[in-house]
Design a protein around this ligand. Structure first.
Ligand code: 3PG
Length: 293
């Protein structure tokens, strides 16, 4: 009987785990749960005799992949797969997948929630500003919406009433609010730099629900120092968090734990998609969402 391990340091909502269990057991497989584990060695031990793994931001590093003697597939229930050692997977013939789009609504809602929180001065009783009429790269609140996306067809973006700009530089020049929805890879790491950020209009707010690695933190701190109107809200604490806490009170907000995909709906969508992808892989050889070579 095939074994599917769900290894989640930050567990899915119970309703999502129930749904995953149903998919797995209906296929005649066994579900093994490893939640809120405290050491990476717990993950390494748990993977030893399983055929498939479902993870969230958990690190499927080389040690994990090599410890999985029967391992054939690792599915990241979510968008970003920078936590999987793809080369180790490929070397061992393990298929790595993600579940694109399944938690994007939850992330978009958090981005807008953090914008409101910041625009209203973190609900501190003082006068804030409104989002209406401001520019942003996501749609909502009667804002003027701009986007730059090198992968999505211009017409597909425009049909949602979003204006497409030709370059990333133009986007930063135009928008008071920028919400980042980019992966962390060799091209994007540290790409959000002083040149881009300093070109944003007065009252600029950068919203990061992506990865801390895409920000050039040295440049970000330089800008925080030079532009008192600039604010940064993020779902991922930067490495330089202590400097923010010491010097920029009220001009930043960091969620205590990554919250973007933490809704029951997103857990159900991504978790069950992962389980279905594993069953489709074993039963039909389906590798539609494979991300390694
Ligand atoms: C993603 O890449 O899908 C998000 O970062 C979600 O991460 P999480 O599953 O750890 O909440």
């Amino acid at each position: 009987m095939k074994k599917v391990l769900v290894a989640t340091d930050k567990p899915f909502a119970k309703v999502a785990v129930d749904g995953i269990r149903q998919v797995v057991e209906r296929a005649g497989y066994q579900l093994v749960l490893l939640e809120k584990y405290t050491a990476q060695s717990d993950f390494i031990n748990a993977v030893a005799d399983v055929d498939a793994v479902i993870i969230r931001s958990d690190k499927a590093d080389k040690d994990v992949i090599e410890a999985g003697k029967n391992l054939k597939i690792v599915v990241r229930a979510g968008a970003g797969y920078d936590n999987i050692d793809l080369a180790a997977c490929t070397q061992k013939g393990v298929v790595a997948m993600n579940t694109p789009g399944q938690n994007s609504n939850a992330v978009a809602e958090l981005a807008l929630g953090m914008m409101v929180y910041q625009a209203r001065k973190q609900f501190n009783g003082g006068s804030g500003t409104e989002l209406s009429g401001k520019t942003i790269i996501a749609k909502g609140f009667g804002m003027e919406v701009y986007a730059f996306d090198p992968f999505v067809n211009k017409a597909d973006i425009e049909k949602d009433g979003v204006k497409v700009v030709a370059t990333v530089e133009e986007l930063y020049k135009k928008c008071q609010y920028i919400s980042l929805h980019i992966p962390a890879n060799d091209k994007t790491k540290k790409s959000i730099n002083f040149a881009l950020l300093s070109s944003m209009p007065k009252g600029a707010v950068l919203v990061n629900t992506a990865r801390k690695e895409v920000i050039n933190e040295e440049d970000l701190l330089k800008l925080m120092e030079e532009r008192k109107d600039f604010e940064y809200v993020s779902d991922i604490e930067p490495d330089c968090k202590a400097v923010f806490e010491e010097k920029y009170k009220g001009r930043f907000y960091f969620t205590p734990k990554k919250m973007g995909a933490q809704t029951e709906e997103a857990n159900i969508n991504a978790g069950i998609a992962a389980a279905n992808q594993i069953v489709a892989f074993f039963e039909k050889g389906d590798i539609k969402f494979k991300v390694n070579k």
